[in-house]
Design a protein around this ligand. Structure first.
Ligand code: SAM
Length: 211
């Protein structure tokens, strides 16, 4: 299947619907983010191994998360779990040059690889940082949107604190059975919505799992 066919199917299956998400998925070359020997599978809508026991997310999951986050131009977004850098590139397309994506990755080798690819493709609105994203990234807070691409035992307090009032956070929560949770911060109120069952690699860190 090619890129256009996959995206057409994701629209038909209801994963994606907004013009901005569709445009971003059409624009970002997933083949640049998958390992060289898996390039032929770049438009297979499945997670693919990227080394270090980690994966590049499936295309439908990246699209669905962008839709649920209701991203817009100019937003400042925190991503936890850079992985290949693919998801960050899709978000960077949506927030545009007037926006910014800060992405944290705990495995230095993956962070370096992602940073190089993003730079080569001209995504200078993405900043990759090596660290424990379960604590967020205070230095650039507050954020319009925060999303986590690994599953933790709970939503870290630090992430909620680093979210702007009116901001949204999306994170898979659970160990063997995970749910994608959307959090909305409205003043003192924290509103949580279950967006369905998912399967992600574990979030490893102080506010994640201690593996
Ligand atoms: N969205 C990525 C992509 O498109 O390639 C896929 C991310 S992969 C499913 C999850 C990533 O989260 C892995 O690279 C893993 O090393 C990272 N990770 C796990 N725990 C982390 C933590 N505490 N802080 C930062 N990154 C973490």
């Amino acid at each position: 299947m090619d890129k256009k066919e996959v995206i057409k199917r994701l629209i038909e299956e209801g994963y994606i619907k907004s013009e901005k998400v569709i445009k971003a998925l059409l624009k970002v070359p997933r083949e640049e983010f998958v390992p060289e020997h898996l390039r032929d599978y770049a438009y297979v809508d499945e997670p693919l191994p990227i080394g270090y026991n980690q994966t590049i997310s499936a295309i439908h999951m990246v699209g669905l998360m962008c839709e649920l986050l209701d991203l817009d131009r100019g937003m400042k977004v925190l991503e936890i779990g850079t992985g290949s850098g693919y998801h960050a590139a899709v978000v960077a397309e949506i927030v545009g040059k007037e926006g910014k994506v800060i992405s944290i990755e705990r495995i230095p080798e993956l962070a370096k690889r992602a940073e190089e690819i993003l730079k080569r493709l001209g995504y200078d609105n993405v900043k990759v940082i090596v660290g424990d994203g379960s604590l967020g990234y205070e230095k650039e807070a507050p954020y319009d949107r925060i999303y986590v691409t690994a599953a933790g035992p709970k939503i870290p307090e630090a992430l909620i604190r680093q979210l702007k009032d009116g901001g949204k956070l999306l994170m898979p929560v659970g160990k063997y059975f995970q749910k994608l949770i959307l959090v909305e911060k409205r003043g003192d109120k924290i509103i949580k919505k279950d967006c369905g069952a998912v399967a992600f690699v574990p979030l490893i860190g102080k506010e994640g799992f201690n593996i």
